[in-house]
Design a protein around this ligand. Structure first.
Ligand code: HMG
Length: 425
């Protein structure tokens, strides 16, 4: 039977579910029940979620959690995180607590400029193209006045527009490279609308517009977060040794891409979770962060660490385009609540909070890796998932959590213990 379908998008939600059940579910009614289990009982709220994307058939839950006690520039935050992976939130919370008694996190936004490009080809004379661009440059900017009016009132808009010759990379390829300030919005729609308007006004014989689109690479929308303490405050025993190991772990991620990818994945555990919880675009942030990590031609750590004059320093510099207005930030009820929990930050403040979440995550991972190893803490948090997989009941869970306190958890050890409890063997 062909599983191809025409006009699926025009089906009602029920028709979509039925078609899916008919074609793909082994047990139709239990498959449909699973989908319905995740419907919101408030039909208006369900409709809101249905309308976020297309062809919706249910909701896919991701746990929503809080990492409290983050002291950032002297202000205390509880950070909301949406993530499916165990130990991430515990690690963030542990790090927040650790640094709250050592001066907390210091952050600053370095720059907030975003970029968009009109990509085009031109086969004619380069000087003629440059002259044409110079002659129309201010007209191109003014062509967007109707779009940029409100943004300009808020101090944003188009910062600069330049012609870039890319013919060394690709025959006949040029760009109009546009820089933007987008205030508290992430700015994707604003930037794309401006670019398409500019492209429509950029008309000359021989110019062929290929496409107009923002860039998710935002190296000039950059934030820094850091922590500092005396080496002796770093660890209760052998502080110097552990501080040195920590710095070496970061240095390894600076020179070794295999390690750097995992190192940065740990950072993105924190970054993506807050970006998602605030209704921002975590794919854009992740793509931009990884590109930034490769900016020197080799993929490397997004964090840095040093011990200088008896002080342990640890920092992150990372680009990110975030919004606190627009998109889902005010439309998704939980994203809106996240903003409230974060005390309604500006986009610049949110950049700083998110950078801290990334730094905190990396701190927890490296601290664990260079001391106990990752598995002890990670598996301690993963214990509930193992018990659920093994279908342990509430009583069994309580006994096993108690029994594994202070011990390293592994799937086989827990399975064996549960088997022993159930059978006496
Ligand atoms: P611990 O010292 O055993 O925790 O750490 P504890 O039970 O002594 O509690 C101390 C504090 O930790 C608590 O304070 C919480 O802040 C937090 P309290 O709330 O009691 O005042 N905490 C928790 N928070 C919420 N729920 C919990 C919980 N337990 C502790 N259940 C911990 C345990 C897992 C935190 C620690 O071992 C740790 O940070 N490990 C690192 C875990 C980690 O990095 N996970 C990320 C996933 S692994 C990965 O994908 C990335 C990686 O590959 C990246 C890389 O290689 O760089 C590792």
């Amino acid at each position: 039977m062909s599983k191809m379908i025409k006009g699926f998008s025009k089906f009602s939600k029920t028709e979509k579910v039925n078609w899916l059940a008919e074609n793909f579910f082994h047990d139709k009614s239990s498959g449909i029940d699973t989908l319905k289990q995740y419907y919101n009982e408030d039909p208006e709220l369900q409709q809101l979620h249905d309308e976020f994307i297309e062809n919706t058939i249910s909701n896919f839950y991701i746990p929503y959690a809080i990492a409290p006690n983050f002291l950032i520039n002297g202000k205390t935050y509880a950070i909301p995180m949406a993530i499916e992976e165990s130990s991430v939130v515990a690690a963030a919370s542990l790090t927040a607590k650790f640094w709250s008694t050592r001066g907390g996190f210091k952050t600053k936004v370095i720059s907030t400029t975003k970029t968009g490009q009109v990509h085009f080809t031109y086969k004619g004379n380069k000087d003629e193209l440059r002259d044409y661009f110079s002659s129309v440059k201010s007209k191109l900017i003014h062509s967007t006045d109707h779009i940029t009016a409100n943004m300009r009132k808020r101090g944003g808009g188009i910062v600069d527009i330049e012609l870039r010759d890319k013919t060394e990379n690709l025959a006949d390829y040029y760009q109009i490279h546009v820089s933007f300030l987008t205030g508290d919005s992430m700015g994707a729609n604003f930037i794309n609308s401006c670019l398409e308007t500019i492209a429509a006004s950029f008309q000359k014989e021989g110019i062929f517009i290929v496409m107009s689109i923002l860039s998710n690479y935002v190296p000039d929308c950059l934030v820094r977060a850091e922590v500092t303490c005396k080496v002796e405050d770093f660890f209760p025993e052998n502080a110097e040794l552990y501080a040195r190991k920590f710095v070496q772990a970061v240095q390894i991620a600076e020179v070794e891409p295999y390690r750097a990818v995992t190192h940065n994945k740990g950072i993105m555990n924190g970054i993506d979770a807050v970006v998602l919880a605030t209704g921002n675009d975590f794919r854009a942030v992740a793509a931009g962060a990884h590109a930034y990590a490769s900016r020197e031609g080799r993929y490397k750590s997004l964090t840095g660490a040093s011990v200088v004059n008896g002080l342990f320093n640890f920092w992150i510099e990372i680009p990110m385009a975030l919004g606190t207005v627009g998109g889902l930030t005010r439309l998704h009820p939980l994203a809106k609540l996240s903003m409230e929990i974060l005390q309604n930050p500006t986009a610049s403040e949110l950049m700083q909070i998110v950078a801290v979440a990334g730094l905190a995550q990396n701190f927890a991972a490296l601290k664990a890796l260079t001391t106990t190893g990752i598995q002890q803490g990670h598996m301690k948090m993963h214990l509930m998932n193992i018990l659920n997989q093994l279908e342990a009941n509430v009583h069994e869970k309580e006994l096993i959590v108690e029994a594994f306190k202070g011990k390293t958890v592994s799937h086989s050890a827990v399975a064996e213990y549960l088997h022993h409890m159930r059978t006496g063997h």
